[in-house]
Ligand binder design. Structure first.
Ligand code: IPE
Ligand code: IPE
Ligand code: MG
Length: 241
């Protein structure tokens, strides 16, 4: 596992709960999907700025396991937006050396979308720049439950001794097994909650809750939050001399 402790440095891994698209659209008298389209356009700018501000891993929350509770129109619109976004951005991201991964449970996603996701992961597998992870049908509790199923199967098959289930071995079963833990979690739109995002992984993350609605979030604001992080004193439970 890569080490996640960086005193006085910038964050290596930033995770973002991109919230506020619906309110942004409603304020303009437009349907919620209009806000989701505006929000999707913001992703590009933030991904591009990662190199400049020294962020090696960016993980973005696009659709939660709870978001299925929304209207069928909004859910279908979001799924179609994801398909279009992937198809449209794949080449540019590859050209910019961005390695793309997806986390979340794919079982409930349609085959066309998961096909595009697989393709994008394969096409960027040898990229060595920024690591972009997109969480679709992702929930922290669901991820831990799915991880525990896999772990239990390994125990049943005699591949894992229950005594070896530790804080080091358990995360190998999570969707994020190849990623370091996030150092900084940003949530836009003024809500101060984590809504089931990266529960295990964010145990010691620093948090920034900003009022900006996601479609108004800029690379400049991102850079400001990244630089604030360097001022935080991360003690990880210890007392620093
Ligand atoms: C975040 O914006 C995007 C998704 C959850 C898909 P919202 O759609 O939650 O926007 P608000 O919170 O209703 O304004
Ligand atoms: C969290 O936002 C999920 C995403 C940003 C994809 P929500 O808008 O779904 O969260 P709640 O409902 O306000 O907690
Ligand atoms: Mg919301």
């Amino acid at each position: 596992m890569p080490d996640t402790i960086h005193y006085g440095d910038g964050p290596r891994h930033v995770a973002i709960i991109m919230d506020g698209n619906g309110r942004w659209a409603t304020m303009r008298g437009r349907p919620r999907l209009f806000g989701h389209h505006a929000g999707a356009k913001r992703v590009r700018e933030v991904v591009r700025s990662c190199d400049e501000v020294g962020v090696k891993y960016l993980t973005i929350f696009a659709f939660s396991t709870e978001n299925w509770k929304r209207t069928q129109v909004e859910v279908a619109g979001l799924m179609s937006l994801f398909r279009r976004y992937i198809a449209k951005e794949a080449r540019a991201l590859r050209d910019e050396n961005v390695r793309v991964r997806f986390i979340g449970d794919r079982v409930r996603l349609d085959a066309k979308l998961t096909g595009l996701m697989d393709e994008m992961e394969a096409q960027t597998a040898d990229c060595t720049g920024v690591n972009l992870t997109v969480a679709i049908n992702y929930g922290g509790r669901d991820e831990v439950a799915r991880a525990t199923q896999r772990l239990a199967r390994d125990v049943q098959a005699g591949k894992l001794d229950p005594a070896d289930v530790t804080v080091e071995t358990l995360p190998r079963y999570l969707d994020t097994c190849v990623l370091p833990d996030p150092d900084l979690v940003i949530r836009t739109s003024g809500e101060a909650r984590i809504s089931n995002f990266l529960l295990w992984q964010s145990a010691y993350a620093e948090y920034e809750f900003v009022d900006t609605l996601w479609p108004d979030f800029t690379a400049g604001e991102f850079a400001g939050l990244v630089s604030n992080y360097a001022m935080r004193d991360r003690r990880f439970g210890a007392v620093k001399a």
